[in-house]
Ligand binder design. Structure first.
Ligand code: PLP
Length: 450
């Protein structure tokens, strides 16, 4: 164990982690919603292994599906060939996704799923009947997060992550994040949707003709700090994209696969995007697989003889790999068998009750929830909303304390994130929220109600 601790800090470069300050946390097993560490601690997985676990760790059905696929073949390329499980998954995704999304391009990460949509949209305008090659730009929201490759970083807008790379990025038209919890002075909550849609309409009236696509995270901008959009915003965006003839890319990498209470966030506002990006939970959090779904109108613009060069020249070696596809099929089976979305509704309500309690705390500025996604924003001054400086790492302090109570969570700045697997039990949910409450008390040096 001593060797592993040392090597973990010297040889293994961890994602989004300051290695000079990294403290090893080595997980050797998972079971249900629990992780076991090398030193024998059991921790509740309060953020679903970074937002991707759905039905719990070591779910028998998903384990069995992967093992059965291993006995057939581990990998088949999608460059000119196919595997049965990958074909079935494409068909099933087309069936369960919002209407009109009939064609599935597989890759292996959320960032890639977004890159694929960006490139397909770009190429579509050049190849469609009556081409519009001047449509080369994208519109995205402030604080958007779409992954860490350069294309997805270009449409991303989280300054702390993305600013460094600005010289490498393409230009993106940007609008303010439509957060119901951070409205400009003078805008009432009930007017937020109209306010932001008017801005959007005006931007599209000016720039619509040069836009290839609008990229958004439907309902919730997760990495931005669980920023919730006003109800009706997504539907309004869809209508305005149609009005101005711009394609809509819905990045459901985080919010898809049941997270918001429905299989896809777009369902909640009866929206069909032109592209739907899925990753994270699609394999239940087991294996890297991602999908970009699109319409027959887009697909048709890529058809022709090879010599016409309308092919989509893009691919990832492990895109649509059969092991991942088998895990995804099993994940969807479990949704049906265990009636995951039906049982989820009580858990969502239970989480709401806990959040209402946390909201009373003197250093909690706002609590936000959509389905089984929640953010608790800590502030220095509740009356003025003055934030804690990010360097104070208040969120991390909450998480450190929660860990002492047997719960693993990871914050976004001063926002404490709660994103347990959909399989979380009521008792586990209670434990998670109690640990967060303790964490907040300790990290802000207060006691409840004082
Ligand atoms: C996590 C995330 C991505 C990136 O997915 P990776 O698999 O980490 O590349 C893209 N978009 C959203 C909304 C995400 O939350």
């Amino acid at each position: 164990m001593g060797d592993l601790l040392a090597w973990d800090k010297t040889h293994l470069w961890h994602a989004f982690t300051q290695m000079a300050e990294y403290e090893s946390l080595i997980v050797t097993r998972g079971q249900g919603c629990w992780l076991e560490t090398i030193d024998g601690r059991r921790l509740l997985d309060g953020v679903s292994s970074l937002w991707c676990n759905v039905h719990g760790h070591r779910h028998p059905r998903i384990d069995a599906a992967i093992k059965a696929q291993l006995d057939e073949v581990a990998h088949v390329t999608l460059l000119g060939m196919s595997a049965p499980v990958t074909i079935r998954l494409a068909r099933r995704l087309a069936e369960i996704s919002p209407a009109g999304l009939e064609h599935v391009f597989f890759s292996d990460s959320g960032a890639s799923a977004v890159e694929v949509a960006l490139k397909m949209a770009f190429q579509y305008w050049r190849q469609k009947p009556n081409p519009e090659p001047q449509r080369t730009k994208y519109l995205a929201l402030d604080n958007a997060y779409h992954g860490d490759t350069l294309g997805s970083v270009s449409v991303g807008g989280v300054a702390r992550f993305h600013q460094m790379f600005e010289p490498l990025l393409f230009d993106v038209l940007r609008l303010p994040q439509p957060s119901v919890d951070h409205l400009p002075a003078g805008i009432a909550r009930g007017d937020a949707c109209d306010y932001y849609l008017q801005q959007f309409d005006a931007a599209l009236a000016l720039h619509g003709h040069e836009l290839a696509a609008v990229v958004i995270e439907p309902l919730v901008q997760c990495a931005a700090g669980m920023i919730m959009h006003p109800p009706g915003y997504l539907r309004g965006i869809r209508q305005l994209c149609t009005k101005h003839g711009v394609l809509l890319i819905a990045d459901e990498v985080a919010v898809g696969m049941g997270r918001t209470g429905t299989m896809f966030a777009c369902e909640q506002e009866q929206v069909s995007p032109d592209f739907l990006c899925l990753a994270k939970g699609i394999t239940g959090g087991y294996l890297p697989l991602a999908a970009t779904l699109t319409t027959t109108e887009i697909w048709n613009a890529f058809l022709g003889t090879y010599a016409e060069s309308k092919t989509f020249f893009h691919g990832h070696t492990y895109g649509g790999n059969p092991l991942g596809a088998a895990a995804a099929m099993a994940t969807l089976d479990v949704f049906e068998q265990e009636q995951t979305l039906v049982h989820l509704q009580d858990k969502i309500a239970r989480l709401s009750k806990h959040l209402a309690r946390l909201a009373e705390h003197p250093h909690v500025g706002s609590v936000r929830q959509c389905g089984l996604i929640a953010g608790v924003e800590l502030v220095r001054d509740k009356a003025t909303g003055q934030p804690f400086a990010w360097e104070e790492k208040r969120g991390f302090r909450v998480c450190a304390e929660a860990m002492r109570h047997g719960v693993w969570i990871r914050p976004l700045g001063s926002v404490v994130v709660l994103m347990p697997p959909l399989a979380v039990s009521p008792d586990e949910l209670d434990l998670l929220c109690a640990a967060v409450e303790q964490g907040i008390l300790v990290a802000t040096g207060t006691s409840a109600g004082s």
